[in-house]
Design a protein around this ligand. Structure first.
Ligand code: ADP
Ligand code: MG
Length: 325
């Protein structure tokens, strides 16, 4: 089973940023409003994620690191309507099979916290451990037992950059959650929680004042689709595609077709050859989009891709064309 988990880890865990993603998504699924992310050496030496969410009862700690024991999917119908970010029940077992792993948690109604350690997939016993309400997951020495994978890790700064970029994308869609990031013992970023998404405060914290000052607010619905967020006016166009954030039903994803629609709308208004900057949220009925295409859920498949492309194109073309008048 350790081997099965390590093979699954090959799909789920590419680098420290993928571990951070899975663990932070678990924290959010548990209702956390504050998440502390402590990193050492770009996350390779240590990733520690502490949340103030609901916690895990002691008797369920072993299940959390057991493959598919917690899968929220009972049928194909469930698969179409999952609301939580995680649903396969394989992230923790996978991560625990390729690291020195510990899980410490306390629910509100428990007298004390409980800990479970896993080393390279070998699961220890549940022991008492002080902990405030919520959960801490520690992942040390990622890929220490899989040298072939460890070899592909990049320089500390590169791995840290991937983590920070993912957290920035998250911060944009969850302004209600406070995120504190430290690296090698020094506070490196803090996104203050409790902000109204459309006040634009989180926009300044994440993509900067200049983008925010040039941002056109978008909010348009038609045919059961809603597109909202911001696209920067052509005056703030970019040389590279570094500020393009797209979310489908709250998940950060990459989608060529939607990205093309945005770029085309932008290019058709003005500034050929430049890249638009945007933070856009597409909302649609979950049954119209398959999120189960990619193990790390970076990509989705739309049932009616053409319709969505045209909706995005028309919405943005109209908004941008107005700026020209
Ligand atoms: P899933 O696909 O369900 O997210 P994971 O392997 O990521 O699977 O996590 C396994 C289970 O462990 C989750 O379904 C959840 O019940 C529990 N869990 C993991 N992390 C947390 C957390 N931070 N707070 C509360 N429960 C957690
Ligand atoms: Mg998960």
């Amino acid at each position: 089973d350790i081997l099965v988990n390590q093979i699954a880890a090959g799909e789920v865990v590419e680098r420290p940023a993928s571990v951070v993603k899975e663990l932070v998504e678990n924290a959010l699924d548990a209702g956390a409003l504050r998440v502390d992310i402590d990193l050492e050496e770009g996350g390779v030496r240590l990733i520690r994620i502490r949340d103030d969410g609901g916690g895990i009862p002691p008797e369920e700690l072993p299940l959390a690191v057991q493959r598919h024991a917690t899968s929220k999917i009972g049928s194909l119908d469930d698969l179409e309507a999952v609301a939580t970010l995680g649903f396969r029940g394989e992230a923790l077992p996978s991560i625990a099979s390729v690291s020195r792993f510990s899980l410490i948690s306390r629910r509100e109604d428990e007298a004390h916290g409980s800990a479970l350690e896993v080393e390279g997939g070998r699961v220890g016993d549940v022991t008492p451990r002080p902990h405030p309400r919520g959960t801490t997951v520690e992942v040390r020495d990622l890929f220490y037992n899989v040298p072939a994978r460890r070899k592909f890790l990049r320089a500390e700064r590169t791995e840290l950059g991937h983590i920070e970029e993912w957290l920035r994308a998250l911060a944009l869609v969850r302004p209600d959650v406070e995120l504190r990031i430290s690296h090698n013992g020094k506070a490196s970023r803090r996104y203050k929680g409790d902000e109204d998404l459309f006040s634009g405060a989180r926009l300044v914290e994440t993509v900067g004042r200049e983008f925010a000052d040039n941002a056109l607010r978008i909010d348009h619905s038609a045919a059961g689709l809603r597109l909202h967020g911001w696209i920067a006016k052509p005056a703030y166009s970019r040389a590279s595609a570094d500020q393009q954030y797209l979310y489908v039903n709250g998940r950060a994803i990459r989608d060529r077709s939607v990205a093309h629609a945005v770029k085309q709308a932008f290019a058709d208004v003005m500034y050929h050859g430049r890249q638009p900057a945007y933070v856009l949220f597409l909302e649609l009925d979950p049954t119209r989009v398959d999120v189960n295409v990619h193990p790390a859920k970076h990509e989705v498949r739309f049932r009616d891709a053409r319709l969505i492309h045209d909706f995005v194109y028309r919405t943005l073309h109209e908004a941008l064309a107005d700026t020209r008048a």
